[in-house]
Ligand binder design. Structure first.
Ligand code: HEC
Length: 114
């Protein structure tokens, strides 16, 4: 009985955790991941509209669609910023597995709205 209850609870938690992935490429999810201090924590270094207590280590993320018209290039930049700038202090979010490809897709979709 106890075992069954635990199994059901685990299954429900699993369902809950995987739900955001089901909405891959979702702007709101991307914003949450970017602002989450334990995940992207982009605000530690970047000024982003809507964010509080933002850092200035990185450039403000503004007019992104204009500066990065190519979705793939922006994706690559966030996946591994050291690829085009070996001295970059920005964590290589994709290469280090901080974000899954789906999560990265949502973040890029959000960044493109800035
Ligand atoms: C530890 C600080 C730090 C964190 C955290 C960080 N970045 Fe950066 N980021 C930088 C720096 C420094 C640069 C500029 C140097 C470079 O191009 O790598 C940069 C550059 C960028 C650029 C290119 C900007 C331009 O004007 O060309 C993008 C896009 C970007 N970051 C997105 C993000 C996103 C999205 C996150 C969160 C998921 C994030 N960064 C987290 C430091 C950071």
């Amino acid at each position: 009985m106890e075992y069954t209850r635990k199994t059901i609870a685990t299954a429900l938690i699993g369902l809950f955790l995987t739900t955001p992935v089901a909405f891959a490429g979702n702007i709101e999810t991307g914003k949450q991941l970017a602002f989450d201090r334990k995940k992207g924590n982009c605000l530690a270094c970047h000024k982003i509209e809507g964010g509080e207590q933002t850092g200035t280590i990185g450039p403000p993320l503004v007019m992104m669609k204009l500066r990065y018209p190519d979705h793939k290039l922006l994706w690559k930049k966030i996946y591994d910023s050291t690829a085009d700038n070996p001295n970059s202090v920005m964590p290589p979010f994709g290469r280090h597995g901080i974000f899954t490809d789906d999560e990265l897709e949502s973040i890029v979709d959000f960044i493109e709205t800035l």
